[in-house]
Design a protein around this ligand. Structure first.
Ligand code: HEC
Ligand code: HEC
Ligand code: HEC
Ligand code: HEC
Length: 165
């Protein structure tokens, strides 16, 4: 664990200071929380905040908010690496888009790089941990293991969470 922790620290230092994020692997990424995405994605954040996912922790009773068997689907990246003190309550951006510590860097999510060559900028972001959400992303939570499962239709559910153009 210690060796792993040290490696992670160095990887993140390299990504932020030297701009080598493209050389890093997605496996080293950590969850950073929705407030970090809000800085650059105000419109997407506004749409998400008005949605049920943002309130997914609040529907749990206070005594349920410490139960592992509920938190796996009502929080983000449960049990996975995150910076200390990060608020990962509710179904946040990274529950669908992947842990963001590496791809959120200005060097990866750069407007000019996306404008110049979208496919190549996207490939770099994917190497840094960005996921393309699909039906399987949703059914990792919207499934029979949920005590309140109501069935799931991807097309109509996707329309209800729309926060993209
Ligand atoms: C420094 C600003 C910045 C931050 C921080 C940031 N992004 Fe981005 N993001 C961008 C820009 C710029 C683009 C490219 C926009 C475009 O032209 O479509 C982008 C693109 C994306 C895309 C589409 C990428 C693709 O290749 O398909 C997703 C999804 C995304 N961001 C999610 C997130 C999430 C989730 C977070 C927080 C973990 C985050 N972003 C943090 C600036 C940022
Ligand atoms: C496998 C993922 C999963 C687990 C585990 C899970 N939930 Fe949920 N929960 C969901 C989903 C998805 C919904 C949204 C309902 C739907 O559309 O199916 C939900 C909705 C709810 C709601 C909102 C009420 C409603 O009917 O929509 C409550 C309350 C709730 N869950 C409580 C709990 C409690 C308490 C636990 C732990 C004992 C728990 N959940 C465990 C996925 C899960
Ligand atoms: C419940 C899952 C989920 C959550 C939570 C979520 N997204 Fe998304 N996001 C999606 C899906 C699905 C798409 C559409 C992907 C597609 O069809 O190309 C999308 C699209 C996007 C896009 C446009 C991507 C593109 O190709 O240009 C951006 C940017 C984005 N999301 C950012 C965010 C941010 C920022 C947050 C948090 C404030 C967030 N998302 C929360 C599932 C999610
Ligand atoms: C990390 C677990 C998780 C993931 C991944 C997830 N959801 Fe959810 N979703 C929930 C929970 C929990 C609720 C209930 C929140 C509440 O009641 O406030 C919910 C509620 C919803 C709702 C509102 C309830 C309803 O039936 O109207 C929609 C729509 C929805 N999700 C769509 C999606 C889509 C589309 C995706 C994939 C792109 C997705 N979800 C991915 C956990 C998840």
């Amino acid at each position: 664990m210690r060796t792993h922790g040290t490696g992670l620290h160095l990887a993140i230092a390299a990504a932020t200071c030297l701009g080598f994020a493209g050389l890093l692997t997605a496996a080293e990424a950590q969850y950073v929380g929705q407030s970090k995405c809000k800085a650059c994605h105000l419109n997407e954040h506004k749409a998400w905040a008005a949605n049920a996912h943002a309130r997914a922790i609040e529907v749990l009773k206070p005594e349920e908010r410490t139960r592992a068997e509920c938190l796996g689907c009502h929080t983000t990246g449960y049990g996975k690496p995150a910076a200390a003190g990060t608020d990962l309550n509710g179904v946040q951006c990274e529950a669908c888009h992947g842990p963001g510590s590496l791809y959120k860097s200005m060097d990866v999510m750069s407007k000019s790089k996306y404008q110049a060559d979208r496919a190549s900028a996207h490939a770099t972001a994917v190497r840094a941990g960005l996921l393309g959400p699909d039906e399987k992303t949703c059914t990792s939570c919207h499934n029979q293991k949920s005590p309140n499962f109501k069935g799931f239709d991807f097309a109509s559910a996707k329309e209800k969470i729309k926060h993209w153009k």
